[in-house]
Design a protein around this ligand. Structure first.
Ligand code: NAD
Length: 260
């Protein structure tokens, strides 16, 4: 379905991004993976994508906190693969603390990586997409693009910002064969969720089990974690030609969380 296309998936050395990168490769797209991690593990993931799906896979070490590095990642992909057809802005970090104690450097990092990085990547990728009259921009937002939770001020602000950016880009690109959508997962069991458990225990004075059952899964009427593979299937559908009229949508995949 995506043979001949190239997908850049930011933050794809782990979790949701890795599942999306593998799902696009399964559909025949060449892939650029990005993110942090142990070099040998990243190389294993990259080589695994090529071996499993017979596509080309490159790794970009670009730091999503730096606009210049993001523009370079897009330029290099266009040079090496010929195009960036699908851009998934997925890299993200979290920090949990009351707003008056929220470390300023954590605020700045979350806004840079979870929000501004998407702007920089879209800005760099759009001219080529417009020229080719085809493009898919998929932003991994969150249920927190639609509703808030206490102690996550920077994350909620960044994800609400991503919703606004997505809608604006959708309007600017609607006549160019380009769509821009935001996927809003509820809780998905990934390192990002695991890491926030101790912080949430401290912020709310709860045990680990209480955080998992009474805070995380409490938000989701399904009482189940969403899986990375489910999110990846949605990303594949949004990249397909069947989804060409779906644009500017802020789409929950959250077990009913934001229906409440
Ligand atoms: P994860 O921690 O497994 O993956 C995050 C990825 O981003 C990793 O590859 C990491 O290396 C990369 N990354 C972090 N900082 C980076 C930087 N400065 N430059 C480049 N890459 C960087 O987390 P995940 O849960 O898979 O999260 C992926 C996205 O999904 C995030 O945007 C997150 O906000 C969103 N999300 C996650 C959940 C969840 O419950 N896990 C729910 C809703 C939305």
């Amino acid at each position: 379905m995506l043979k001949g296309k190239t997908a850049v998936v930011t933050g794809s050395t782990s979790g949701i991004g890795l599942a999306i990168a593998r799902a696009y490769a399964q559909q025949g797209a060449n892939i650029v993976i990005n993110g942090f991690g142990a070099p040998d593990e990243i190389e294993r993931e990259r080589a695994g994508i090529e071996a499993d799906f017979g596509v080309k896979a490159h790794y970009s070490p670009a730091d999503m906190a730096h606009g210049g590095a993001i523009a370079t990642m897009i330029e290099e992909t266009e040079r090496e693969f010929g195009s960036v057809d699908i851009l998934v802005n997925n890299a993200g970090i979290q920090f949990v603390a009351p707003v008056e104690e929220f470390p300023v450097e954590k605020w700045d990092a979350i806004i840079a990586i979870n929000l501004s990085a998407a702007f920089h990547a879209i800005r760099a990728a759009l001219p080529g997409m417009k020229q080719r009259k085809w493009g898919r921009i998929i932003n991994t937002a969150s249920a927190h693009a639609l509703v808030a939770s206490p102690f996550k001020s920077a994350y909620v602000a960044a994800k609400h910002g991503i919703a606004g950016l997505t809608k604006t880009v959708a309007l600017e690109t609607a006549t160019f064969g380009i769509t821009a959508n935001a996927i809003c997962p509820g809780y998905v069991w990934t390192p990002l969720v695991e890491k926030q458990i101790p912080e949430t225990m401290a912020a709310r004075g709860l045990t680990r089990d209480e955080v998992i059952n009474d805070v995380l899964l409490h938000a989701q009427p399904s009482r189940q974690f969403v899986t990375s593979e489910e999110v990846a299937s949605l990303a594949v559908f949004l990249a397909s030609d069947s989804a060409k009229s779906i644009t500017g949508v802020i789409l929950p995949i959250d077990g009913g969380w934001t229906a409440q």
